[in-house]
Each structure stands twice: as structure tokens, then as C-alpha cells.
Design a protein around this ligand. Structure first.
Ligand code: ZN
Ligand code: ZN
Length: 259
């Protein structure tokens, strides 16, 4: 991927590899702009993210690497922030970074993408869960707190698919994303999950394209070896839908690059 903005570090307690290993892997994959967006701290679900007092170290380590590698690759600093009402701390909403990815991993406190809690899928109406998810994405876009929508249709991760029309379910959230000027990431992590396809699906990406919503690319790597995996598949999908440019952010300002 020429631009790859969603990548983690071991500070989140569920990723492996040093910052340098991630960067070297990105250089090997001919990435021009590589961003770290580790899970921001939160008082909810603290074991899968850095602590508040680790933010400084994270930012310093990424900025040091940015300097060290500046002749080989452009490194950006970001966070992946959970959109979860009542748990979004000012310190993670207004840090001095290049961008924020807004992600929904919880519906009323239920970690729907966590295999530990997969049982709850069996006891609920799948269509209602999906609609609730996209309603929450819409709310997140309307908050205007974030630059990039993380894994737009993550709700499909375990392949519990709804009966209803997914485009209809997601449409209002796409309108809100457009209105907020947010960027949609083409995230390949879904290829590594039960659903075996990227976020978003081709069908949803086609709708995003008709709405003129800009895109970016993401490995969502939790290991240096995951960088660049499924690059050809995702770039082909973006091109065949009609996209020719991808976005990135420097100090919260959107920039574009042909891919
Ligand atoms: Zn993660
Ligand atoms: Zn995520």
C-alpha cells in the first residue's frame, strides 16, 4: 500500500513487533506514507490498549522514528479512538497528532468483535444489531471528532449476516460521513477474519464512491508481517470501483495522493 494509516504497536497489549520492525516492513512493501494509530487509552476495556500515562512514550517513540526514517518513508502519528459514549476522554480527543481514526468496537458495552463475547450473537436479532451498529457509526460521524472511519462494516467480522439490505442499513451513516468530511479506510483486516473480505465490502464502497467519499488504505497490522498483505486485492477493488486517489492527514489536514 502506498499509504497505510492504521497500524498498532505492542503498547496495546495485543500486537507484536517493534516500531522499527513495522517501519522496515512498510519500506519493504514500498509504502510511501505509513501511520501508527494505536488504540487510545480508555477507562473501559483497559487491557486491550495503552494506559493514559503511556501516551507520551508512544508519541515520542513514533516521532523519533519519524525523524530517523525521514529520508526513506514518511511516518505519521495517530490514534484509533473508540467511539463509546461516556468513555471518550479529552486527552485522546484533542492530542497533537496527524489524525484520529474513529472506530466502533462496542455496542452498549458489548465487544461484538471479540471472540470472548461471541455468544451474544446467538441470543439477539442480527438485523437489529447491524442497524444499531450503523446508527452508532452515524452518531460518530456527526460528532465530527474524527478524521477517518475505522473498518466501516466491522459488524460483519464473524459473518453473522442480516436478512435486510445492508446498503439501506448503512446509507444514513454514509451520508453523515460525507457531511462530516471524513475519509473511509479500506482495511484488509477482514481478510484475516471469518468474513474473509475487506472493510468495507465492495457493495458499500460503490455507494461511497457515488457519494464522493474519499478513501485511504490500512493494513490494521498487529504484527509487522501483516503489513502489505492483501495489497493487490484492495488496490484492485478501489480502482475497479473508480477511485484513483487516496487520502492521508498531516496535523489533521487532509491531503491526497494518486495510487
Ligand atoms: Zn487492535
Ligand atoms: Zn479497530
Amino acid at each position: 500500500m502506498i499509504v497505510d494509516l492504521h497500524n498498532h504497536t505492542p503498547l496495546c497489549n495485543h500486537a507484536e513487533g517493534t516500531i522499527k520492525e513495522y517501519i522496515n516492513s512498510a519500506i519493504k512493501n514500498s509504502t510511501k506514507i505509513f501511520g501508527f494509530s494505536d488504540h487510545a487509552p480508555m477507562d473501559f476495556d483497559p487491557k486491550y490498549r495503552m494506559k493514559f500515562d503511556e501516551m507520551q512514550q508512544y508519541e515520542r517513540d513514533v516521532l523519533n522514528a519519524k525523524k530517523e526514517y525521514k529520508d526513506k518513508i514518511e511516518i505519521l502519528l495517530g490514534y484509533e479512538v473508540d467511539y463509546l459514549k461516556g468513555h471518550m476522554d479529552e486527552r485522546v480527543l484533542y492530542p497533537d497528532v496527524d489524525y484520529l481514526i474513529g472506530s466502533v468496537h462496542f455496542l452498549e458495552g458489548w465487544g461484538f468483535d471479540n471472540p470472548e463475547f461471541i455468544g451474544r450473537w446467538e441470543s439477539q436479532n442480527i438485523d437489529k444489531i447491524w442497524q444499531k451498529y450503523f446508527d452508532t457509526i452515524e452518531e460518530m460521524a456527526k460528532s465530527k471528532l474524527f478524521d477517518i472511519v475505522g473498518h466501516f462494516d466491522l459488524i460483519k467480522v464473524f459473518k453473522f449476516m442480516p436478512h435486510g439490505d445492508i446498503v439501506k442499513m448503512a446509507f444514513k451513516s454514509l451520508l453523515a460521513i460525507k457531511a462530516a468530511g471524513m475519509v473511509l479506510e479500506l482495511n484488509v483486516a477482514g481478510y484475516r477474519k471469518k468474513v474473509q473480505e475487506p472493510y468495507p465490502s465492495r457493495k458499500l464502497l460503490e455507494v461511497a464512491f457515488t457519494l464522493n467519499i474519499p478513501i485511504t488504505f490500512s493494513s490494521d497490522a498487529h504484527h509487522p508481517d501483516q503489513i502489505g498483505m492483501f495489497n493487490d486485492e484492495i488496490v484492485d477493488m478501489a480502482r475497479s470501483v473508480g477511485y484513483t486517489k487516496c487520502s492521508y492527514f498531516v496535523k489533521r489536514q487532509r491531503k491526497e495522493m494518486a495510487f
